[in-house]
Design a protein around this ligand. Structure first.
Ligand SMILES: [Zn+2]
Length: 692
């Protein structure tokens, strides 16, 4: 027996306390991992992050452009230089560019909208060639002249209020402001209410001078700043609108554009508040309710009219190549079990913050782990690093890739890690509930970027929860379509003022995003340690009790909704109770094996792990959610009318919210059956554990 220092003995006597216990590792190894993880974190270099960011955010690189291809080639070269097995995987998707944009106020006064973001003298990138003009991807083509109507954030309840006031949106061009819902939902709701076009502007109350100094003096949106962005109907399905459920390979069968469900028929255009001002100023009729007023210096009226607006939009609706970059570090023990980490590389313009801060973190995490591999460490499972293209258009690169590799991913994927923009700010993580305990330990063992506390201490909560996954980044296909345990992480700073504009530049990032790359560098180290844990755990560190807790809390929440009384909740609650017992039985079976992990039979361990990560697949249904069969997971999904925001237990919740009681009852039974199958799988894994 080795000699133990008193400190170590003390630690051994309390194996479950403090940072020593780690799900999936024997206690002794949990301790020896700490210096290893510290080394990984210390390997992350601000200089590297800076270099990656400068190379990838130097020029505009929107999906389908030569700039995007160049960024993909650059990342490919870096992955190979790190010693990883890397390649570019190309798809061919509907990636429209605008060909004609004009917006005029015809009367009572004439105004021609500028529709462009001017050069800022201090920011050389703002004058780059090949910037994509301001537009909304997947808008309809068309030319309309109609009276203007102001509809606040363009939410369903905003139109309800207009109708209450006998104001009819039919035949009008609606002007709505960004915020409170995904822009694609604003376009959808406008069309459903009979509007002939939708203009979306950035109100300075939400992200402009009202919030703080504007760029270049401060981080907030200048008057001519515009938020580009996709208006794809993402809650129906993300990815190429012409190849739902299938990969958009070169010769794929495609829908006709007219039949694509996620593309709009009405023209939709984003504008600055500078361009919105004369429009708002020429509305008459009733005063806008107090909460509808923003900070454009005019008196907000609802209209409609007298402002008469002419809008003409054309997009080329071309199929363009998009390039995902995928790199692999082969696992030593379970090479056919894979842990993935992805971030998109395409931007609307230069995108220093969105997405290059996160893309640089992928490169740096890959570099750190590849270097550790050269120094003798080898992940037990294979690690896959991905930089996705065309995320901005609607998660296109990741979705097509997930659809292309569906079978293999469903067989082999243990977990998917995602990031996007990461900035100076607090850590923010969303995840599937099975990963919550793993994340809690990971935060517990990670120091904050510039201070003495752990990231977990900073969450400042008695009972740790991760938020559920909605949509808005590349985890969507993995979590909601394939049923892979997923998480999305990032240091969460405020970039609202330059979001999707030419001013999301290296200069903005250095002044306001993450000066000195402190958080970005820490983030790369953080992701590297989490990936290494997930790849190295002898037994995959899912916690099924947290799934049961998630379900209990959400059922309690659903029961507060009107009309929920008539549903047979007891059925579901009994199944959740059973799941909780099953989860405890799993814990009781695996815990005694912890000290023996290193000596367990590899083949049997592989089988046990397979059984474990496949439990996540059984939380999906092949028929998917009502009216949107691409979304197969039953625990959470983006809301049909919120977009990015997550709806938990969406089948039941959305039926209840729209008073479809029959459907809610049916969804409740479906969830009950699904949980029964899930528990069965956990019991099967428990039986395997008892065989050791
Ligand atoms: Zn992004």
């Amino acid at each position: 027996m080795k000699l133990l220092t008193p400190l170590l003995i003390c630690l051994l006597l309390h194996p479950a306390s403090g940072a020593d216990s780690l799900r999936g590792f024997p206690d002794e190894e949990a301790r020896s991992r700490q210096p290893f993880e510290q080394r990984l974190r210390a390997t992350a270099e601000a200089n590297k992050i800076r270099e990656f960011m400068f190379r990838m955010a130097a020029e505009p690189h929107h999906a389908g452009s030569p700039g995007s291809r160049a960024v993909a080639e650059y990342a490919l070269a870096r992955f190979r230089e790190f010693g990883l097995d890397a390649r570019i995987e190309t798809f061919h998707a509907l990636i429209p560019y605008p060909t004609q944009r004009s917006l005029e106020l015809l009367s009572p006064v004439r105004y021609t909208a500028k529709l462009r973001e001017p050069v800022v003298k201090d920011d050389p990138d703002s004058s780059d060639q090949n910037q994509l003009p301001t537009f909304n991807a997947y808008s309809g083509n068309g030319e309309v002249t109609a009276p203007l109507l102001y509809a606040n954030y363009g939410l369903p309840e905003d139109y309800a209020l207009l109708r209450q006031k006998n104001i009819d949106p039919r035949g009008k061009i609606v002007l709505v402001r960004y915020g409170r819902s995904f822009r694609g939902i604003k376009a959808k709701v406008a069309a459903e209410n009979g509007a002939v076009a939708c203009l979306i502007y950035s109100d300075p109350r939400d992200d402009g001078y009202f919030q703080g100094d504007i760029y270049p003096k401060g981080p907030f949106r200048p008057a001519p700043g515009v938020q580009r962005g996709s208006v794809m109907d993402l809650p129906l399905h993300p990815g190429d609108p012409l190849t739902p459920n299938k990969p958009s390979t070169l010769n794929a069968q495609r829908l006709r554009l007219d039949d694509a469900r996620t593309v709009h028929k009405i023209p939709v255009l984003p504008i600055s508040w500078e361009d919105a001002r004369p429009l708002l100023d020429n509305l008459d009729g009733e005063l806008a309710p107090l909460e509808w007023r923003g900070a454009v210096p005019v008196t907000y009226h609802l209209g409609p009219g007298p402002a008469l607006v002419h809008l003409k939009l054309q997009h080329d609706n071309a199929i363009r190549p998009i390039h995902n970059v995928v790199a692999r570090l082969r696992g030593s023990t379970f090479p056919d079990q894979i842990v993935l980490y992805g971030n998109h590389h395409d931007a609307w313009v230069n995108g220093a913050a969105d997405p290059i801060s996160g893309a640089a973190s992928v490169l740096e995490a890959a570099r750190i782990l590849a270097k550790a591999a050269q120094q003798g460490w080898r992940p037990k499972r294979s690690l896959v690093f991905a930089l996705w293209d065309a995320e901005e258009y609607g998660l296109v690169g990741s979705t097509e890739w997930a659809e292309q590799h569906r079978d293999r991913l469903q067989r082999e994927a243990v977990a998917y890690f995602n990031s996007d923009t990461t900035l100076r700010g607090p850590m923010s993580i969303q995840s599937t509930p099975s990963l919550e305990k793993f994340i809690e330990e990971w935060l517990r063992d990670t120091p904050e970027p510039a201070g003495p506390r752990s990231l977990l201490e900073l969450t400042n909560r008695k009972s740790f929860h991760t938020a559920p996954l909605g949509s808005g980044s590349d985890y969507t296909a993995f979590a909601h379509h394939l049923g892979i345990a997923s998480l999305n992480a990032g240091f969460d700073g405020n970039m609202a003022g330059v979001y999707h504009s030419v001013y999301d530049s290296l200069r903005w990032f250095q002044y306001f995003g993450d000066p000195d790359y402190v958080y970005t560098t820490a983030f790369a180290g953080f992701m590297a340690t989490g990936l290494a844990r997930m790849a190295d755990a002898y037994v995959i560190p899912f916690d099924f009790s947290r799934v049961a807790r998630f379900l209990k809390e959400n059922v309690e929440d659903l029961k507060k909704l009107p009309k929920s009384r008539s549903l047979p909740w007891e059925l579901l609650e009994r199944e959740i109770e059973k799941l909780d017992l099953t989860a405890r039985a799993w814990g009781a079976a695996i815990r005694p094996l912890y000290p023996r992990f290193p000596s367990l039979d590899k083949a049997k361990l592989q089988k046990l792990n397979e059984a474990l990560y496949l439990t996540e697949r059984s939380l999906t249904r092949p028929e998917g959610l009502p009216g949107r069969d691409w979304y197969k997971g039953l625990l959470s999904a983006p809301g049909k009318y919120t977009g990015y925001g997550a709806k938990t237990l969406p089948g039941i919740r959305e039926a209840l919210e729209t008073q479809r009681i029959e459907e809610a009852a049916q969804q409740l039974r479906l969830l009950t059956d699904t949980l029964a199958a899930y528990s069965d799988r956990i019991r099967a894994a428990t039986a395997l554990a008892r065989e050791f």
